[in-house]
Design a protein around this ligand. Structure first.
Ligand code: ADP
Length: 437
């Protein structure tokens, strides 16, 4: 399922970034090509201005000069002297070819239709006569309908009754090549970028999904472990209830006691599970208020003393001699935390052992310490005992212990922005230290 979601997110992320990249590239190409074309047209117009000015100043137009100008700009000139072709260069010599002839005719036709008339009007309005003038006009010319084929200029030089028409054809092959090269370069860059973006999206979405996958895995493990733990007490309750039916009164009382005991165990387990579930969904209630921690520790000590005595364990309490400031904490949660630690100490300390409960205060921090002379915890187990449902192998037999106590303790400490740690007690046993800010 997550593999599918991962792929879907990768495609979505890569698709969106690719679409943005393509749109931006196309926009850039459009603007850049437009600018290239406009620059080219402007430079062509400048050249034509220079040519027209020179033409105007020359009394006799030499073929040598025309050839030189033609070669310099990479242009093709076609000259008509009083409407008669002026044979001097390759274009005019090729003009016999029907294709070139048609091209030139088309050019002149466009000029006559779209530009010549307006010039006549302009020159008429300015001078009252079109004579002794040099006018020129530039326009794009795309005979095959493709984009950017030629820039054309028609220069008309009128001197009295004689007129010279110079058609300047500027092929735009190099501009088209430049544009094509730029497009190919962009295509390659975009392909590489799309590949990199896809890889990035794959790893990025993988990273995003990791916590979700982990949380899902933990949830599944939690449900599996919870079902497993619920099975044993339920089986005992069911078999005790079954036996109860045919048993005599004395035995019935024993079976009912068992059912009651297992029911209590189940209640504790379900309570712990509900606490952890509330903590996971941020519903774990905590009502911090100023608390006298020493009073709270004494009360807990007094509650556990009879239990310790019953198990033939000595329970001692150590409190600081000076009076302590109040600690801002949820009193009920702190009692719950101490109960978990003391319950564990009582469960994992053999008869005759001793358990210590201590409170100290240093640098604005409170330290609650529960130590015992019990079985101790191996270094590997120390890393895992705060995990849900984790129980060290040797203690699996402990009844009513499901490996949730320390997880709940850790959640309570987290809620108070404190810390909890475990260490070996010199001489054997364990020491649990809770720090509350
Ligand atoms: P449980 O309800 O099983 O005690 P906890 O989460 O409280 O669950 O503890 C997890 C495991 O840590 C226990 O199963 C036990 O193996 C180990 N442990 C906890 N406290 C002690 C202790 N005081 N001494 C030795 N082992 C302990």
């Amino acid at each position: 399922m997550f593999r599918k979601v991962h792929l879907y997110l990768t495609v979505l992320c890569a698709g969106i970034t690719t679409a943005i990249l393509i749109v931006m590239s196309l926009l850039y190409l459009y603007l850049s090509e437009k600018e290239l074309y406009e620059n080219q047209f402007r430079s062509f117009q400048n050249d034509i201005n220079t040519i027209a000015t020179s033409l105007e100043q020359q009394s006799v137009i030499s073929m040598e000069w025309l050839s030189k100008m033609e070669a310099r700009g990479g242009y093709a000139f076609y000259a008509l002297d009083n409407g008669i072709p002026f044979l001097y260069n390759r274009l005019t010599s090729m003009s016999g070819s029907s294709e070139i002839r048609r091209l030139l005719d088309d050019c002149l036709e466009i000029y006559q239709n779209d530009y010549a008339y307006s010039y006549m009007l302009e020159t008429d309005a300015a001078n009252g006569s079109p004579y002794n003038t040099c006018v020129h006009s530039e326009f794009p010319f795309n005979p095959t309908g493709k984009k950017h084929e030629y820039h054309v200029s028609v220069i008309e030089l009128n001197r009295g009754t004689s007129s010279l028409q110079l058609l300047v054809l500027s092929p735009l092959d190099f501009l088209r090549e430049q544009i094509a090269r730029q497009r190919i370069r962009f295509l390659l860059i975009d392909c590489a970028a799309i590949l990199l973006l896809s890889l990035f999206s794959f790893f990025f979405t993988g990273k995003l999904l990791k916590p979700v996958i982990e949380s899902r895995k933990k949830q599944t493990e939690f449900v599996a472990a919870a079902s497993h733990e619920l099975r044993t007490p339920l089986a005992v309750i069911l078999s005790a209830a079954e036996c109860c039916r045919d048993a005599d009164v004395e035995k019935q009382t024993r079976f009912l006691d068992t059912i009651r005991q297992e029911g209590d165990i189940l209640t504790n387990l379900v309570n712990d599970m509900l606490t952890l579930s509330a903590s996971d969904s941020q519903r774990f209630s905590c009502h911090p208020a100023p608390v006298e921690l020493d009073t709270l520790v004494i009360n807990t000590y007094e509650a556990f003393e009879p239990l310790a005595a019953e198990k033939k364990l000595s329970l001692t309490i150590t409190l600081p001699e000076e009076s302590l400031p109040n600690c801002t904490a949820d009193a009920d949660r702190i009692v719950q935390l101490l109960s978990i630690l003391l319950h564990n100490a009582l469960s994992y300390t053999p008869e005759g052992g001793s358990i210590g409960l201590a409170l100290s205060h240093k640098k604005n921090r409170f330290y609650l310490v529960v130590s015992d002379t019990g079985i101790g915890i191996s270094p590997e187990d120390k890393k895992k005992i705060f995990d849900r449902f984790y129980r060290a192998e040797k203690s699996r037999s402990a009844k009513g212990h499901f490996g949730l106590g320390l997880s709940v303790a850790a959640e309570i400490v987290k809620l108070h922005h404190g810390s909890i740690s475990v260490a070996d007690r010199p001489g054997g046993g364990s020491v649990f230290t809770v720090m509350l800010p």
